[in-house]
Write a protein that binds this ligand. Sequence first.
Ligand code: NCD
Length: 308
Amino acid sequence: MKLSTPHLLGIKDLKKEDIQLILSTAQQFKEVLQRPVKKVPSLRDITIINLFFENSTRTRISFELAEKRLSADVLSFTAGASSVSKGETLLDTVNNILSMKVDMVVMRHSASGAPHFLAKHIPAAIINAGDGINEHPTQALLDAFSMQEKTGKLEGLKVAVIGDIMHSRVALSNIYLLRKMGAEVTVAGPPTLIPKYISEALDVRVEYDVKNALQWCDVANVLRIQLERQNQPLFSSLREYNLAYGIKRKLLESLNKDIVIMHPGPINRGVELDSDVADGPFSIILNQVENGVAVRMAVLYLLSPQTP
Ligand code: NCD
């Protein structure tokens, strides 16, 4: 079985069946990862390069581990230590690498659309590991996998995506995916961090009062304030953000219901999420990280030129 697309550039381009195939394949890989021998030969003789033009901890390690568990040959590249700093173009950098017979490219870039540009010009399978403020498809897939694992469904699930919706690629990919799978989505946060026409454009509800969003939802996916992408102040201070929009234990306790708490990391503890919630009984944040490896194995396997 293959996906309907040769690359994974964004959730926007995926069909519902593609998402289902990735999630069910990930389930099989998750079972493999519970065994004493966690390595399978599925990507033997496939060479993959991880091109990270922007910082990353979890995503990069997760992709590398997924590639190694699939027995691929793995190369990793960081922009700072490369000829990019000498003025080489993205296309030249990648073409030079491909001439060494690389089959698949995993790329993170600060420019939205960078992987889409590459996909038009090079003959390798490209996986977007986060492009600017656009998409982060594997994060949305691992989030959905974790939601489904915890609650048993996506269809009809009520998910609140809370925080910096405007600058978060995780928000956009989550919204595309959840709506395609029949989940209901409310975005919540300060008005300055929520795009004006998002409700009409993406078919989500908007809620400026976080307590109302929490009251409504089954799952809260809490996002980091992307200060590095904000070129003007969009709220008064981090402390005030925490007071008005931060997820706190007292707030959750006042609701008298259980809500699954998620966060893609890195967490700004005490800003969008307090430590006693991040480390509390309703948090599945570390399960998300664990599931990330299985989900990325599924994506790599399904896009590999060797997969029938
Ligand atoms: C996210 C990212 O880089 O987009 N992190 C991640 O991949 N786990 C979210 C973020 O940086 O806030």
